[in-house]
Each structure stands twice: as C-alpha cells, then as structure tokens.
Design a binder for this molecule. Structure first.
Ligand SMILES: Cc1cc2nc3c(=O)[nH]c(=O)nc-3n(C[C@H](O)[C@H](O)[C@H](O)COP(=O)(O)O)c2cc1C
Length: 215
C-alpha cells in the first residue's frame, strides 16, 4: 500500500511538472508573437535613433534580394483602412538615376547612387473625397520604413521630396512614365554609405506636452 502511494505521489508530481513546463512553453511562444516587446526592441529603437540622411555612396551595387526586402519593409507600413494606396518604382538604371537627378535641385546625389525607390500614391486605390489625402501619410509611413530598413542593413539613404511641388511631380512623372493615377511622393536615394555623419540629436522637451497643450 505504501509503495502504491509512493508511485501515485511520484506520478502526480511528474504530471504537475509537465503541465508547468507546457504552460511555460506556451508563454515562451506567446513572447514571440507579433506586437510583443520582447523581440530585440532595444535594437529597433537604436536603429531609429541612429538613422541619418546619407547623401554620398560607393559604387557598390545593391542586390535584387536586398531591394525586395526594402520594398517589403515599405509595404509593411500602416495605411488608413488598410488601403495600401501606393506603387513603388525601384530604379537601378544609371541613365534613369541621372535623369531623376535633373528633377530636383537638391537630389544631385542620385547621379552617384546605385539605387532609388520612388514611393508613389495610387489614386485608384486611395480613399474617396477628403480622405483621399490620407495617401500622403500612408506613403510617408512606407518611406520611413524603407529608410529604417536601409539603415538596419548597413545602407545609407535619403528622402528627396517630390509632392506637393508641382514641377517636381511633373518632371518625375515624365522620367518614370507614370500614368495619371500615380503621383510620386518622394524619391528615396539609396547606396552603400561613403560618409558617416553623426545622427542629429532632435530631442526637444519643449516640443512635448502632457494631457494638455503647454503642460
Ligand atoms: C519631405 C522631405 C523632403 C526632403 N527632401 C530632401 C531633398 O530634396 N534633398 C535632400 O538632400 N534631403 C531631403 N530631405 C531630407 C532632410 O533634409 C533630412 O531628413 C533632414 O535634414 C533631417 O536630417 P536626418 O534625416 O539626417 O535626420 C527631405 C526630407 C523630407 C522628410
């Protein structure tokens, strides 16, 4: 009888341990779910804080799989009602890059770069009426994602503005042969960095309020 009790107690302890381990395992899997903070969060914040515009590049080309990662990062951005009202054009032709340089007096670095991505709004996918303008925010979110992904992969990049400057929109549309419904927001110039500028410290507590303006 004593022996039977011992076996029963041992089995009960083993069952308890197994259940505990299973619960811990489930919690562990839960920690790997999207949205959880325990996934190299500090590295992500570090990447955001150390990004800075890079305007000088080596001649090294950017491989197709890297370009695809950048495009996927862009498309991972949030958009109003998840409309994804965008179109991305990756430009790695030297001639096209040089032509694009002529569309913006502040985008001469395009002549030196191996890659640019034009982030465009697709008005056929944008919302109707006043909400149509959300395309600018949607495409801006995509642009920042691409800038951060480039930095995370050791590349350098800079956002060059197109929309809402009419002449630039017209000039970029002509170079990239854009149909009427596609509006270029910006051209992101990308390459392997040939300069290492210090990231700017932009933290200004006076630009922040808590609960009410000015408090
Ligand atoms: C809407 C927008 C348009 C920009 N246009 C240009 C541009 O045409 N040429 C350029 O060299 N940089 C351009 N920039 C990059 C800014 O000059 C740069 O982000 C800013 O000086 C802050 O520096 P940082 O990116 O190193 O933090 C643009 C940035 C934004 C957000």
């Amino acid at each position: 009888m004593k022996q039977i009790t011992k076996i029963a107690v041992t089995l009960a302890i083993m069952a308890g341990l197994t259940m505990n381990l299973m619960a811990q395992n489930q919690r562990g899997q839960g920690q790997r779910q999207p949205g959880n903070r325990n996934r190299g969060g500090r590295a992500v914040v570090e990447n955001i804080m150390t990004r800075t515009s890079i305007r000088s590049y080596t001649s090294q080309a950017i491989p197709a799989d890297t370009i695809e990662i950048l495009l996927k990062a862009g498309m991972a951005a949030p958009t109003a009602v998840n409309a994804q009202p965008w179109h991305f054009i990756a430009i790695n032709s030297k001639e096209k890059l040089a032509e694009l340089a002529g569309t913006n007096p502040n985008a001469g670095m395009l002549r030196q770069a191996p890659l640019a991505i034009a982030v465009c709004g697709n008005m056929n996918k944008a919302m109707q009426g006043k909400a149509r303008e959300y395309w600018v925010q949607d495409c801006s979110a995509a642009t920042e994602n691409i800038l951060l992904a480039a930095h995370a992969m050791g590349l350098g990049a800079v956002w060059t503005g197109v929309y809402p400057t009419d002449e630039r929109v017209a000039a970029v549309s002509k170079v990239l042969k854009l149909p009427e419904n596609i509006i270029p927001l910006c051209v992101i110039v990308i390459g392997h960095p040939a300069e290492r500028p210090q990231p700017k410290d932009k933290w200004k507590p006076e630009n922040v309020s808590y609960n009410e303006y000015g408090k």
